[in-house]
Design a protein around this ligand. Structure first.
Ligand code: AMP
Length: 286
């Protein structure tokens, strides 16, 4: 049965009861407007834990002043159905005041250096301090054994791993694969902003990543040529505006000159379709 909680003491009590029964506690933080990608993340977590907690909280501190916080989709009833379907045991849906008791501007913040400044951090300079802060806060509330994040937000899961390591949080972080629509578009709560033309064009992110993977598969080692194919594929869609096309070290996100054998390399993309900003990524080497 799905339990819900809006207060920190209620979450702590439910988790303590499950732990007293010897169950492993798994946790999946989300911002709601759940889709199949979130459901798979929850299932992934449920398969590895005896008690699965999900949170639904649209975190104001990770949105920039001109971003979509106010219009970010909210669909609580449907979200609860999806959590039930995924076998979640407890859903935490806190208010802003529960998470930020002193108000957001007076809150303590966590900064993860370097990883928060590149790629997404260039366009969204305060985004990752909001993400790191809310994730740390939620981990402290739930105190799970394991937390699961999506590879879709590649930089985010790296940054969370770094924070967990640096601050000795002692929680295991798992990264689950990106879930895609049949035509390759990575599922995202923001896909619902796309009009039909933009929706069609948005598959170009996946097509560009596939082209890059093919190039590497054919033996290309020059990272600039790989960036070039990413760029030219995206630019082939008139409605797409590319923000970045990176070929980077999979651990440090440092841009590479060469895709050397034995090195873990990831391609990362961000582009706008109208006002909607989408990201995607793929490993170029195993
Ligand atoms: P969000 O609600 O967008 O903040 O996402 C909550 C979690 O779901 C994050 O760990 C995301 O990386 C993950 N996620 C979102 N979309 C996908 C997807 N298409 N595939 C896998 N994980 C996803």
């Amino acid at each position: 049965m799905l339990e819900t909680a809006t207060s920190i003491p209620a979450v702590r009590a439910a988790v303590a009861a499950a732990r007293a029964e010897g169950r492993v506690i798994g946790f999946v933080p989300t911002m709601g407007a759940l889709h199949e990608g979130h459901v798979r993340l929850m299932e992934h977590c449920r398969d590895r834990s005896g008690f699965t907690v999900a949170s639904i909280f649209v975190n104001p501190t990770q949105f920039g002043p001109s971003e979509d916080f106010d219009r970010y989709p909210r669909a609580l009833e449907d979200d609860l159905d999806k959590c039930r379907e995924a076998g979640v045991d407890l859903v935490f849906t806190p208010s802003r005041a529960e998470v930020y008791p002193r108000g957001e501007s007076a809150s303590t913040f966590v900064e993860v250096p370097v990883l928060s400044r590149v790629l997404e951090g260039v366009v969204r300079p305060t985004h990752f301090r909001g993400v790191a802060t809310v994730v740390l806060s939620l981990l402290n509330i739930v105190r799970p054994d394991l937390a699961v994040f999506g590879r879709k937000d590649y930089q985010q899961q790296l940054l969370i791993r770094r924070m967990v390591e640096d601050l000795h949080l002692g929680v295991e972080i798992e990264t689950a694969p990106t879930v895609r629509e049949a035509d390759g578009l990575a599922m995202s709560s923001r896909n619902r902003y796309l009009d039909p033309d933009q929706r069609r064009a948005a598959t170009v992110l996946f097509r560009a990543l596939e082209a890059a993977r093919r190039l590497v598969g054919d033996g290309e080692r020059d990272a600039d040529r790989i960036r070039q194919i990413l760029r030219s594929t995206i630019e082939s869609e008139k409605t797409a505006r590319l923000e970045y096309a990176a070929v980077a070290d999979a651990e440090t996100l440092e841009e590479l000159g060469e895709v050397a054998p034995g090195r873990a390399v990831v391609a990362l993309l961000a582009a706008r379709f109208g006002t909607t900003r989408l990201i995607d990524n793929a490993r170029l080497t195993e």
